[in-house]
Unconditional design. Structure first.
Length: 260
């Protein structure tokens, strides 16, 4: 069987920036173990698979280790490929997902705007070893799906050098580190070693937590954010109550075929 494959860098306008994702269009679903093997072979933070559903699409995401419940950058990358490579000619794409409901991506000039569920973090007990594993001196520890650590300033987040082996032993898919930005409203980094991703370059799902937190703290609905990984990503964010909007750009890196 031959399957088309694309790779795009999301939340960036520069090649080799943002977060790379693989995208595989399918006519029908492959068995989940086979999609997992393809994702492991690609060895990117996420590989997205989608099938048509009328004018909409069903969408699933796999890290090298597991199927994930929500992924922003691979959704943005999938929409980018549909718009630029596969002839999708409407302004809005609706993706139906297993656990995150219906997600929409709007084409807005040179950006794509994702409409995702808000997941405000709440106070949480700090698990044994978390602070030592991630480093620094967070001023607060919260949790939604992921542990959410708040630091005093951007430099604190940039300086983190986590112990990924120790982090992988803590019961959480991911770990968000965030602080006020020097040249933006807030910055963040995201670590998910148990999912096969030591550091994710730019993480849309984390902004489902970050946007409601910073909207409340800053008293702002519209915000500008950077994920300060080595590849760096840029997002324009809006808080809409039970939904969050995040916008970014994408660039295509490759297109080809895989044989399975």
């Amino acid at each position: 069987m031959i399957i088309p494959i694309y790779q795009a860098d999301a939340f960036t306008e520069e090649l080799y920036g943002g977060n790379p994702a693989a995208i595989c269009p399918l006519a029908e679903w492959l068995p989940a173990p086979q999609m997992q093997k393809i994702a492991a072979e690609n060895n990117l933070a996420e590989t997205a698979f989608f099938i048509p559903q009328g004018n909409d699409f069903e969408l699933r995401w796999f890290t090298p280790e597991l199927e994930i419940d929500l992924c922003g950058h691979a959704t943005l990358a999938t929409a980018h490929i549909l718009f630029t490579e596969l002839g999708y000619d409407r302004d809005v794409i609706h993706f139906h997902t297993l656990k995150a409901g219906t997600l929409s991506v709007h084409r807005n000039g040179d950006k794509y705007m994702l409409d995702f569920p808000a997941r405000a973090p709440e106070a949480a007990q700090t698990p044994t070893g978390l602070i030592e594993a991630i480093g620094g001196n967070p001023v607060a520890v919260l949790r939604s799906r992921d542990y959410f650590l708040v630091y005093e300033k951007e430099a604190d987040v940039v300086a983190l050098t986590p112990d990924y082996s120790a982090l992988s032993k803590i019961d959480s898919i991911g770990f968000i580190a965030t602080a006020p930005g020097d040249n933006s409203d807030f910055v963040s980094r995201f670590f998910a070693p148990s999912a096969g991703i030591n550091e994710d370059p730019v993480t849309g799902s984390a902004h489902c937590n970050l946007i409601p937190y910073w909207a409340d703290r800053l008293g702002k609905e519209n915000m500008h954010a950077y994920q300060v990984s080595a590849r760096r990503g840029e997002l324009w964010c809006q808080f809409k109550g039970d939904r969050v909007l995040m916008s970014g750009r994408a660039v295509t890196y490759l297109k080809g075929e895989i044989y399975v």
